[in-house]
Design a protein around this ligand. Structure first.
Ligand SMILES: [Zn+2]
Length: 72
């Protein structure tokens, strides 16, 4: 699973999930395809989280943690 950073976008004032491997690029592109220049990103997760990003991160977590462990 790729690392995720929850950062506040100055464009829509929502906290989006950005893949951390994008560090050093000029634009950040969130999982929901919201793209924002780095100068508009605040490195904080305080605020209202983007629902689309939350759902996508939830899907990634569900894949990482195989649910079949409950069967044993
Ligand atoms: Zn988002």
């Amino acid at each position: 699973m790729v690392g995720i950073q929850w950062w506040l976008s100055g464009y829509d004032s929502q906290v989006h999930a950005f893949p951390s491997e994008q560090a050093g690029t000029e634009y950040g592109e969130a999982l929901c395809n919201h793209s924002v220049p780095n100068s508009k990103i605040t490195c904080t997760d305080e605020g209202r989280r983007c629902m689309a990003c939350m759902l996508m991160v939830g899907d990634m977590l569900a894949e990482e943690f195989d649910p079949t462990w409950r069967a044993s």
